[in-house]
Design a protein around this ligand. Structure first.
Ligand code: FAD
Ligand code: MG
Length: 504
């Protein structure tokens, strides 16, 4: 089935690239309802389903690639006009790869969807409309008027946002590593710290502070960034800065639990700690951050760490949109007790339908499957996006989400017209089935971890071979040939010339 699905998706993408349909401007025609009423996008035709996609990350991107635009009018609403290959964000923050190599614009992923650079503020699941606000300012500096999009099916994939976990000073004094813009700012600041420390008159003490980089969070993002930063110092800073500078650099990784990379097996966690130590990263386990100030991390023991840069990757929280939808649906409340962190995600049924809502799917990090919660990873989000596209391409009616509701269905002989009744028999859709392709993490010093547990196959690898595997997997997982070529060239460039330390 998996192979058949993949071949079907590939055929659809090929057909689209061979006979491109030009972008349909008419889908952006608007009407104004009543005096001073809201701006509303006009429906093109009742015969085609209007699909609203919220987001342009892993889940949304997978859906956009595979959705059949001959049968659907697809609106993609997101404040970012591109998809970002997040597993390589830590490498881009020190220049191992370039930012643009990780991105694919939505308009390139599928030229036949209508992309709108806006945030969805509210979803009215009764009226089946989304209220949107442009994400870019007008020349006057103001944001344009809000507008409504009416949908037949809404697919929510807004992901999550970084969480401060209630620690004072996080928003003001740290760098997140969630979006490309974060990586851009972080890379600039790291480079600035080296130049600041090199200025004449900088005291030894200030040098040590500026060149101390603190990473909070021992998950894959924190570990990969700490490891990559240590590589950068050892290989590239050492080539271009004085020995006094290199000798003062320190990278500290702070983790509140007693272990890092909790999703990996115990022995691999040990390998990761050893590899980080080998790369020169000091790992502080069981250390809790109680507040952040400019250039200062305070631990709950009262100890303070003075530093040039603080990177915060200690957790995620719900986006305001997810919170508001969850609060507006009574049926979601029954699932809150089901989790340690209530109300954080949209509860979905095995077909990814939002419990209690009509014709709404939720995918990726923003959702939680009842009974069988899946990890918040790109792998899950991507597979869910492709599943949702196939559900729609195969003309299933979604109905209301919930475990006590009938599954999505379609008439057995349903052909072209969405309302065709066939011979009266009905086919039910199969539930979403996650195929785990294993875990990978880079841990610095050309070393990585690989863990695969699928059926009878159990593989654990670490070290250099795992690193080569990490690289080949991420190269093949790129979303286009263009990205694959760019990443490969970036790696070769870094190997031969070192990372680019210019800042602007
Ligand atoms: P996202 O990819 O976060 O996409 C959300 C989208 O919604 C974005 O385009 C955002 O702009 C948009 N959006 C937000 N709010 C609104 C709104 N109100 N209206 C409209 N649009 C909105 N996973 C792995 O499996 N392997 C890894 O190695 C790995 N490494 C990672 C490294 C980093 C640095 C990070 C940050 C994540 C990593 N992940 C990894 C996790 C993975 O990126 C996420 O699980 C995945 O992005 C989830 O996909 P998503 O589509 O649910 O959300
Ligand atoms: Mg997404």
């Amino acid at each position: 089935m998996q192979l058949e699905d993949t071949l079907g998706d590939a055929a659809l993408i090929l057909r689209r690239s061979l006979s491109p349909v030009s972008y349909d401007d008419s889908l952006l025609a608007t009407t104004q309802e009543g005096e001073g009423g809201r701006l509303k996008l006009r429906r093109s035709s009742a015969a085609r389903r209007t699909v609203l996609v919220v987001g342009s990350g892993w889940a949304a991107h997978a859906l956009i690639k595979v959705i059949d635009t001959e049968r659907h009018d697809v609106y993609v609403v997101s404040p970012r006009n591109c998809f970002c290959f997040t597993p390589m964000l830590p490498s881009s923050a020190v220049g191992t790869v370039e930012f643009r190599s990780l991105l694919e614009p939505v308009r390139v992923s599928n030229p036949e969807v209508v992309y709108v650079e806006a945030n969805v503020l509210e979803l009215d699941t009764q009226r089946k409309t989304a209220l949107c606000r442009p994400a870019i300012a007008l020349p006057s500096g103001e944001l344009g008027p809000t507008f409504e999009i009416a949908y037949d099916v809404a697919v929510l994939a807004p992901g999550e946002q970084s969480a401060t976990l209630g620690v004072p000073g996080v928003a003001e004094h740290s760098f997140y590593l969630k979006e490309v813009s974060d990586a851009v700012r972080l890379r600039k600041r790291v480079a600035e710290c080296f130049e600041l420390a090199s200025l004449p008159g900088t005291s030894e003490e200030d040098m040590s502070t500026l060149l101390h980089f603190v990473v909070v969070g021992g998950g894959p993002t924190g570990v990969e960034f700490a490891g990559t930063l240590a590589d950068y110092v050892r290989r590239d800073v050492a080539r271009t800065y004085s020995r006094a500078i290199v000798g003062k650099v320190k990278v500290t990784l702070i983790q509140s639990a007693q272990t890092i990379l909790s999703q990996f097996a115990k022995n691999l966690q040990g390998e990761a700690l050893a590899s980080l130590a080998g790369a020169g990263v000091e790992v502080r386990l069981g250390a809790r951050v109680s507040r952040l100030d400019a250039g200062c991390v305070t631990l709950n023991t009262g100890e303070t760490l003075h530093c040039g840069v603080i990177v915060w990757s200690a957790g995620n929280a719900a986006r305001p949109l997810v919170r508001s939808i969850s609060e507006s649906l009574h049926a979601q409340r029954a699932f809150e007790a089901d989790t340690a962190r209530p109300g954080l995600k949209l509860a979905v049924d095995p077909w990814l339908r939002v419990v209690g809502a009509q014709d709404v799917l939720a995918l990726g990090d923003a959702s939680r499957m009842h009974g069988a919660p899946l990890p918040a990873t790109a792998q899950v989000a991507g597979q869910q996006g492709a599943y949702a596209a196939r559900l729609l391409n195969r003309r299933f009616d979604l109905g209301i989400g919930g475990l006590d509701q009938p599954p999505p269905w379609r008439a057995a002989a349903a052909t072209d017209a969405p309302s065709s009744n066939g011979d009266g028999t009905v086919v039910a859709a199969g539930p979403f089935d996650f195929l785990s392709l294993g875990l990978l993490a880079y841990v610095g010093n050309d070393s990585a971890l690989t863990q695969l547990d699928t059926g009878d196959v159990h593989v654990q690898l670490s070290g250099r071979f795992a690193f080569l595997l990490w690289r080949s997997v991420y190269l093949t997982k790129q979303v286009s040939l263009r990205n694959r070529v760019l990443i490969l060239f970036d790696w070769m460039k870094t190997r031969v010339f070192g990372r680019d330390i210019s800042q602007f």
